[in-house]
Design a protein around this ligand. Structure first.
Ligand code: ZN
Length: 201
């Protein structure tokens, strides 16, 4: 059986539901996920839980879709999940590591029974490529009618990330001088700021 281990400054493998079923390679992927996504969110927002990775927490049933390739669900304490999602769209997505960054609201069935708690669904680009061959970097908000709203659509290879990740430091773009990357980042962030205004509110 795999041994528990520290994934980042204070994230541990045992925080992922059904971690005992992970392979060594999957634990390595989880360490990168923790360093690039979960740890920065916890640093910024406090208590942050990984509620599901490759398995449904209830019964450790293997998941399908991008979860089968490394996607994770995150919940931030204090009702700040959506705030963390908005923050991540500008603070985390420029690194290029994330392929899908989706806010999923609480859902209820016809009888009013809660069937899904709100969470952020995160799929690394590698997971999206393995799942359906789509490596585009997108943030989407799921609307209450079940449709989605594209929040940002980053162009691969144009990102620079000024945010220092722990313990990884992502410094800049692929194939662009740092000053060129910073200019593009400024333009993208300016464009993204417009997208922050939510259409349906
Ligand atoms: Zn998910």
């Amino acid at each position: 059986m795999i041994a528990d281990r520290q994934l980042s400054r204070d994230f541990w493998l045992h925080e992922i539901p059904c971690w005992e079923l992970y392979t060594e390679a999957q634990a390595d992927e989880a360490a990168e996920f923790a360093a690039r996504v979960a740890q920065p969110i916890r640093h910024q927002f406090g208590r942050t839980d990984i509620t599901s990775g490759r398995y449904w927490a209830a019964g450790c049933v293997p998941r399908t879709g991008s979860h089968a390739f490394g996607a994770m669900d995150l919940v931030v304490s204090g009702g700040r999940t959506k705030e963390a999602w908005k923050w991540g769209a500008t603070a985390l997505m420029p690194s290029g590591y994330i392929g899908r960054w989706i806010y999923e609201p609480t859902r209820y069935d016809e009888t009013g029974r809660k069937i899904q708690g709100e969470h952020i669904h995160v799929a690394p680009r590698e997971a999206m490529l393995a799942y359906n061959g789509d490596g585009r970097i997108q943030a989407l908000e799921e609307l209450e009618d079940g449709s989605t709203y594209v929040f940002l659509d980053w162009v691969g290879g144009t990102q620079a990330n000024p945010y220092e990740l722990d313990p990884l430091v992502v410094t800049a773009s692929r194939g662009l001088p740092w000053w060129g990357a910073l200019g593009i980042l400024a333009a993208v962030v300016a464009a993204g700021a417009g997208g922050l205004r939510l259409r349906h509110s």
